[in-house]
Design a protein around this ligand. Structure first.
Ligand SMILES: [Zn+2]
Length: 244
């Protein structure tokens, strides 16, 4: 047994690792998910399909947000690693990363998302990764930004830089979970601002943990568009996509 496996085996005895989805004890080869939950991970494969339900939902928000003045906008690309519903065990993955401080799982699934995007033709010219920022007070109280942890993994796989100094959340927003779609949009409207401009960009990839209505990512998109006009592309990717 190699050194690291021996160490992991010792830790497994002292502090058993469990599957994030079903809670079963993991064996030495398994990481974060048991073999069963890993093989059943409901991958979206949206990277392979440029017109997918997530991108449609995001583009609908973009189209609604266009004002009367003529603005050119191409169909934006969007992809998520896996599907989940409220009753799905897979929702425990983003939940663990966001609320339980499971940063190593965030990196692991961020890398997995990055590898999925490596095979997406539309993502081949991405030259910058930007995570959806938290307000500094929330960042301070949580100690980390879950979107940033995921974005680190994505940027590492794509071999491009990640920047956290470009987009800022300038207004603290209410938690989105109990709001309906128009309320969510109103809640995050104008919450983000671009602080630093980078020249020569072609394709920005925005990263968040979960995509539901897309209102947070749309608000980030609008802030970036002020400084990075068409034809610079702004695409989005998340770990989870809440269908329905
Ligand atoms: Zn499992």
């Amino acid at each position: 047994m190699r050194g690291w496996k021996y160490v992991r085996a010792m830790f497994d005895i002292l502090l058993p690792r469990t599957c994030l989805v079903c809670g079963r004890k993991l064996n030495i080869q398994e990481k974060y998910l048991c073999l069963h939950c890993a093989s059943d991970l409901p991958l979206t494969r949206f990277g392979q399909i440029s017109h997918n339900p997530m991108a449609d939902r995001f583009n609908e928000a973009i189209q609604k947000g266009l004002d009367d003045s003529w603005r050119q906008e191409a169909y934006a690309f969007a992809s998520a690693l896996f599907f989940y519903e409220d009753e799905s065990g897979y929702k425990h993955i983003p939940h663990q990363i966001k609320y339980q401080g499971n940063i190593s799982a965030g990196r692991y699934f961020g890398r997995m998302l990055g590898r999925e995007l490596l095979s997406a033709e539309w993502a081949s010219d991405v030259d910058l990764v930007i995570p959806v920022p938290l307000h500094w007070k929330r960042h301070w109280s949580r100690g980390y930004n879950q979107a940033e942890i995921i974005a680190e993994g994505v940027a590492a796989e794509l071999g491009v830089p990640m920047r956290t100094d470009i987009l800022r959340r300038v207004r603290r927003t209410e938690t989105q979970t109990r709001l309906d779609v128009p309320e969510k949009s109103a809640n995050v409207a104008g919450a983000f601002k671009v602080c630093t401009s980078v020249a020569g960009l072609k394709h920005i990839l925005l990263i968040d943990d979960v995509f539901t209505t897309g209102s947070t990512l749309h608000s980030c998109f609008l802030a970036l568009r002020e400084v990075y006009p068409f034809p610079i592309r702004i695409s989005v990717a998340t770990l989870g996509f809440v269908g329905g």
